[in-house]
Write a protein that binds this ligand. Structure first.
Ligand code: ZN
Length: 412
């Protein structure tokens, strides 16, 4: 599937002097902040959208967090191989299509295109592999066939389920009671008769009348949700990927099952070396979600003339792991900040910006402390505009702008 263009159509960040830091991130499986340790090519997989309500601010906040991971690895001298999927066939998409009277393929294409436009406007670096599930049906079916052949899966009527076994549970660290509850809430079917374990996940949904299906190695039907990411990620990145990312609502069951399926398929462990989750964005005290009808869309804000860089800055002003509120004051505050930074970057001179660059690197390398990084830029910008500092470095405003561009992704 076509990805979206890189900002300025280059995969390089603006060059920065000095010494990058190794990126440390909170790993859900280890329950601690610890260094990422990629090889020359860092491998990133982030679960993509189900294209029926693109792109609300909760989505945007998640993809911005992993965009910073990408940028910090580039700054540290790694190449980055980034893979993202599009769940362009799944029950919620079909339900929405039926409810609105639009064909499901048309709905998926329209929303995926909107998402691409929003990501481009927000200057999110694109994945090299942007893979629709509908493009990957055969490779996913091959994975399911292998799981069946190796006795990691079983047929139940026209469907296929994975056996829950081995290290299952290490990723989320939830108790069995918590897992059962979340599984029922988030698309699982713990009560289906005939399953060997209530937590077993659907790998393949056999053909039903009136539903899309594909003829494959395991018969007609379509992939389950978790196996799609296991196969798409593993076939492009291998095992032990550096970061598997997504929203915190994917901690269980999606990331747990995706990891378990990939590990059963390959006999290797772990699927990912860091499991990283971004918090939810709330509105007026409630999680932003389709069912509550309180979604704020990036495209609506852009359509109303809001600078995408202000949207970006507003979403970065808060820790990525924290659930955050989108209150009325956030956007005006980000717009004022953006104007201040632009005024500072346009000064003929400013205080030496090399210490600022080191502070921004230092804060972001510490589990993406964006509020700390933003505060450092605020201090520099104030000094530059008020000319209170003794420094009068003619190169400083440009270096400040490059720092903010490369590491925070904000174009001044
Ligand atoms: Zn996924």
């Amino acid at each position: 599937m076509r990805s979206w263009p890189s900002p300025e159509h280059t995969s390089d960040l603006p060059a920065l002097p000095g010494q990058p830091r190794p990126l440390r991130l909170y790993d859900t499986a280890a329950d601690e902040v610890r260094p990422t340790a990629p090889g020359s090519t860092a491998r990133l997989y982030v679960c993509g959208i189900t294209p029926y309500d693109a792109t609300h601010l909760g989505h945007a906040a998640t993809y911005l967090a992993f965009d910073l991971v990408y940028r910090l690895w580039l700054d540290a001298g790694h190449r980055v191989h980034y893979v993202q999927n599009v769940t362009d066939i799944d029950d919620p998409l079909l339900e929405r299509a039926a409810a609105t009277g639009i064909g499901w393929t048309e709905l998926a294409e329209r929303e995926t295109e909107l998402y691409r436009q929003d990501m481009t406007a927000l200057r999110v670096l694109p994945p090299q592999d942007y893979v629709g599930v509908t493009e990957a049906v055969d490779e996913i079916a091959e994975g399911v066939a292998k799981l069946l052949a190796d006795d990691h899966a079983y047929r139940l009527e026209q469907d296929i389920y994975a056996r829950t076994a081995g290290r299952f549970g290490y990723e989320s660290r939830y108790s069995r009671a918590q897992m059962l509850e979340l599984f029922a809430e988030r698309g699982g079917d713990p009560d289906r008769p005939g399953k060997q374990d209530p937590l077993d996940a659907l790998l393949w949904r056999g053909r039903r009348d009136g539903e899309p299906s594909w003829d494959t190695a395991v018969g007609p039907g379509r992939p389950g949700w978790h196996i799609e990411c296991s196969v798409i990620a593993h076939n492009r990145l291998g095992m032990g990927i550096d970061v598997q990312g997504g929203g915190s609502d994917l901690r269980f069951p999606h990331h747990e099952h995706s990891a378990a399926h990939a590990e059963a398929l390959t006999g290797e462990w772990p699927f990912a070396r860091h499991y990283v989750h971004a918090g939810m964005i709330g509105l007026d005290g409630e999680k932003m979600s389709k069912s509550r009808g309180n979604l704020v869309f990036v495209s609506k804000l852009r359509g109303a003339g809001v600078d995408p860089m202000a949207i970006r800055l507003a979403l970065l002003d808060g820790h990525y792991r924290a659930d955050r509120e989108w209150t009325g004051g956030r956007l005006p505050q980000a717009e004022r900040r953006l104007a201040n930074w632009r005024r500072a970057a346009a000064q003929p001179t400013g205080p030496d910006a090399r210490p600022l660059l080191e502070q921004v690197r230092d804060r972001l390398a510490d589990d993406l402390d964006t509020t700390g990084a933003i505060a450092a830029v605020d201090r520099w910008a104030r000094s530059a505009v008020e000319q209170v500092s003794s420094g009068a470095d003619p190169d400083a405003p440009a270096l400040m702008a490059r720092t903010v561009d490369a590491l925070l992704g904000v174009r001044l």
